[in-house]
Design a protein around this ligand. Structure first.
Ligand code: CUA
Length: 160
């Protein structure tokens, strides 16, 4: 092998190895991973998707539900151009499992300052769990362009 070829080979291998180590580190020690898949919502014959979503649990009762001591489940609907519910209130230290879907187009579901960063896809349920350790008002943003009023689509997680 030529000398430069050898240098290039080992340099590329080192970069690849370093990136794999970073990936392993954030997965194992920082708990950063892809959002989970919580199933599909299939419309029955001729039923519009929005109707199917609105009658399927837990989205027939969107909101925050306590599922155990310090543990909550938030069923959130994303639709043009609101999150429903818009405000989610939990005590500090709570672990919240977000179950999110959309009734119309693809929306984003992003809480800056946390690792909650997912998509709300029509007919699919996306799931992510996060522990809110510190009190504060966390902004919830749609970060996927979803039409004319996209920039007005926001919500809030209030941690007390
Ligand atoms: Cu919903 Cu952008």
């Amino acid at each position: 092998m030529e000398r430069y070829e050898r240098i290039f080979f080992w340099f590329s291998a080192a970069v690849l190895g370093l990136l794999l180590c970073c990936l392993a580190y954030i997965t194992l020690f920082m708990d950063i991973h892809l959002p989970g898949h919580g199933g599909r919502i299939m419309p029955k014959d001729g039923q519009p998707l929005a109707t199917a979503v609105l009658v399927t649990p837990p989205f027939n009762h969107p909101g925050i539900h306590e599922i155990g001591p310090g543990r909550y489940e938030a069923a959130v609907l994303a639709m043009q151009w609101i999150f429903f519910p818009r405000k989610i209130e939990v005590p500090a230290g709570s672990e919240v499992t977000f179950r999110v879907t959309s009734t119309d187009v693809i929306h984003g579901f992003f809480i800056p300052g946390t690792r909650v960063n997912m998509m709300a896809v029509p007919g699919y349920v996306t799931v992510e769990t996060y522990r809110f350790r510190h009190p504060g008002n966390y902004l919830l943003l749609c970060h996927e362009y979803c039409g004319r009023q996209h920039q007005t689509m926001w919500g809030e997680v209030i941690v007390k």
